[in-house]
Design a protein around this ligand. Structure first.
Ligand code: TXA
Ligand code: MG
Length: 340
């Protein structure tokens, strides 16, 4: 299959072209403010199945359905609890996904057979204009080959999926760089399933108590059911082996220097650079947590391009946006952490 490149910045008909491919049952890589998504008509089971095939995604991992405005929501769900309404007012459009009881229009392929559906209203102008143009709810997981780091620009989508999808819409770098915050409202208090740019602190300030699913910080136990199926898979991993190193800045630098060998890299903060004797990729200044989120996935891809075989990564904080960076990085490391 020839993957068409659509440049919305220079092509006034670009959004319409992408919307037409979606309406006709095709799959399109699209920009969003979190990461690039692989989009298809959520109501068309055959189109949705193409997403799973292109990504090599396990069938039991459900997809997020994207909407452009509140009028698109009611047909998709059977209940909209008060706290979910409050969260929608505060965080939509934006990097925020709600799990709600699904209606019958959602095909099993989207919900992976669950009785719930994940819904998000993105804030990216191109994504929203495209959804509005076809007026279809759009299923879209991150547009990477399953298990690889999520793409934060169109070239990363091209690298993973060229020849496997109908088109890629070029829309610049994703602003946040990590996927949306996922919260389930099928229980009370609501429960955080995946941390993102909408932080746990923001959620509790708005909603009161919000519990944190075990899978956010720890490795799900083999064989046990998990609330968010995506959290049980090895994820976000570059080809290089990633090891998280937990300790003070001085301990981190000393440990990494002791591992010095061909192919060994550090994934560090700017302040670590002067002490390091191995090559590195930086996530930015230690205090710049939004920058860490923004750079994480491109940094993991960059390490592969540099020929890194083992990468020793700093350990992000578990607060604010850093909780999302920690959650993705520990999965990239397959939960391997060196405690100093
Ligand atoms: O920012 C994002 O959310 C991006 C952009 C493209 O919107 N999308 C994204 O999709 O990250 P994906 O498929 O890579 O991650 C969706 C996560 C998975 O962990 C999945 O298991 C979970 O949401 N999920 C989806 N439906 C669910 C449901 N009904 N119940 C629990 N978890 C669900
Ligand atoms: Mg993903």
């Amino acid at each position: 299959m020839q993957t068409k490149k659509i440049f919305t910045a220079t092509d006034p008909k670009g959004i319409q072209k992408a919307a037409e491919i979606l309406s006709a049952g095709g799959v399109v890589g699209i920009p969003t403010e979190t990461v690039y998504g692989l989009a298809a008509n959520a109501l068309d089971e055959a189109a949705v199945k193409k997403i799973f095939t292109a990504k090599g995604r396990p069938q039991d991992n459900p997809l997020i359905v994207h909407i452009a405005d509140m009028d698109m929501l009611p047909p998709l769900i059977t209940d909209f609890p008060e706290k979910a309404q409050k969260a929608a007012k505060a965080f939509w459009p934006g990097p925020f996904t709600m799990i709600l009881p699904k209606s019958d229009v959602i095909p099993d392929a989207v919900s992976a057979g669950l009785s719930t559906v994940a819904i998000r209203m993105p804030a990216h102008p191109v994504a929203n204009a495209m959804i509005a143009a076809c007026r279809l709810p759009i299923a879209a997981p991150s547009a990477n080959v399953s298990g690889r780091p999520s793409p934060t620009n169109a070239e990363d989508v091209y690298a993973d999926l060229n020849g496997k999808i109908d088109a890629i819409v070029y829309g610049g770098e994703s602003a946040f760089g990590v996927e949306s915050t996922v919260v389930t409202f099928t229980c009370d208090p609501p429960r955080l399933l995946r941390p993102g740019a909408v932080t746990l602190e923001q959620l509790t300030a708005l909603l009161g108590e919000v519990t944190v699913d075990n899978a956010v910080l720890a490795q799900p136990e083999a064989g046990k059911p998990v609330a968010s199926p995506g959290m049980k898979y090895k994820h976000y991993a570059p080809q290089a082996k990633v090891v998280m190193v937990s300790g003070t800045k001085e301990q981190y630098i000393a440990y990494v220097n002791a591992q010095k060998a061909s192919g060994v890299y550090a994934l560090c903060f700017d302040e670590d650079i002067p002490g390091l004797e191995v090559p590195y990729v930086t996530l930015g200044p230690t205090a710049a947590e939004a920058t860490h989120a923004n750079r994480l996935f491109s940094a993991l891809r960059e390490l592969d391009k540099l020929g890194c075989t083992t990468c020793y990564a700093v350990t992000p904080a578990r607060t604010g946006v850093s909780l999302a960076v920690y959650n993705r990085l520990i999965r990239a490391a397959a939960f391997q952490v060196v405690e100093l």
